[in-house]
Design a protein around this ligand. Structure first.
Ligand SMILES: Cc1ncc(COP(=O)(O)O)c(C=O)c1O
Length: 337
């Protein structure tokens, strides 16, 4: 297969190898790499009926020296175990998780996009409840699998700003599963996402499900804004996905760029205080937000066509670290040897 590294979208591509482990009788087997990209599971698997499943998303970065970096994969492992705990699934030991990711990346090495193409290898760990269980209770068998594919930018613009629209729908309930990376949250986001795309927006922005007055997060990324007073502000809420990129940016904003980094409320009627805004996540990286459509207003931040200077500086710092071009805070980079 020849791949045009510079023109990849965010689409499924079947790569040769994936890792698969099974949990039966209360324990994981040691798992193995397989070439089969289909799962053979019971029709009554709780993952299919009751959404007993969770997943992760991270990337492998092809370095200038030909090596491969993973970014904060230990945090993905911790978050998957928190999601698993919320949905009554077994923990995947961190060592097994990280080794599986490394093994899959190594086995599919030829699909890691070369440095300088702007593309990455997206890695998808997935944990599902399977077996013959029809009542609404947890499965007693599980599958943990990790597969990967080369991807390009998630939002079409890359570092060119795109526009977003505030949604009337909620993706999660105040004390529900919004903080867990579980399929149900994404099922709930399909219709709002499609409606946003039909109106030519990149994605929708969800408001807090309790009062609908505060920005919660973007469909598949967290939100941040930069104020005129050099503050980096990102919403704090129990119903958003705790983005690893967001926590990394909070750190870099404060320690590298000298901004004041704040997790707090972002009121929809107070957007004027932001001179720049963006969406951040593994897939989104940092995608500048040109404007946000609310019910009665189209609010432009920095510009609809150009990325703002702080967003650009954050992007360069984050991506520089991920590709190994800039020094990383301790423990952020994992070398796939
Ligand atoms: C709903 C949602 N919010 C935020 C994020 C960003 O999280 P992370 O930076 O850990 O990729 C993602 C993507 O993983 C997401 O799906």
């Amino acid at each position: 297969m020849t791949i045009d590294w510079n023109n990849l979208g965010f689409e499924y591509i079947k790569t040769p190898y994936r890792f698969l482990a099974k949990w039966t009788d209360g324990a994981w087997n040691k798992g193995e790499l397989t070439e089969d990209n289909t799962l053979h599971i019971s029709e009554s698997s709780p993952a299919l009926h009751y959404g007993q499943q969770c997943f992760e998303g991270l990337k492998a970065y092809g370095r200038k020296d030909g090596g491969i970096n993973l970014f904060r994969v230990d945090e993905n492992s911790k978050r998957m175990n928190r999601s698993a705990q919320r949905l009554r699934m077994p923990q995947v030991p961190q060592e097994m998780f990280i080794q599986a990711v490394k093994d899959v990346v190594k086995a599919n090495r030829e699909f890691v996009p070369p440095y300088g193409t702007g593309a990455t290898l997206y890695v998808r760990p997935l944990l599902i409840g399977v077996g013959d269980t029809i009542g609404v209770h947890p499965a007693d068998e599980f599958i943990f699998t990790v597969f990967c594919m080369p991807v390009g930018p998630y939002f079409k613009g890359g570092l060119t700003p795109t526009n977003f629209i505030v949604s009337d729908y909620d993706r999660a309930a105040p004390n529900g599963t919004g903080a867990a990376k579980v399929g149900g949250n994404y099922a709930a986001s399909l219709l709002p996402g499609e409606e946003a795309h039909e109106k030519n927006f990149s994605d929708c922005i969800y408001l807090d499900p309790e009062t609908h007055t505060k920005i919660e997060e973007v469909g598949s990324a967290n939100f941040f804004g930069i104020t005129k007073d050099n503050e980096f502000i990102t919403p704090k809420s129990p119903s958003i996905l705790p983005s690893i990129t967001k926590y990394s940016l909070l750190h870099l904003a404060e320690h590298t760029l000298g901004l004041k980094a704040i997790e707090g409320d972002v009121y929809l009627n107070d957007l004027d205080k932001f001179v720049e805004a963006g969406a951040c996540g593994t897939a989104a990286v940092i995608s500048p937000i040109g404007g946000i459509q609310t019910h009665d207003d189209f609010h432009v931040f920095y510009s609809e066509t150009e990325v703002g200077p702080v967003t650009k500086a954050l992007y360069e710092e984050l991506v520089g670290i991920q590709y190994g071009d800039r020094p990383a805070p301790e423990g952020w980079i994992f070398d796939v040897k």
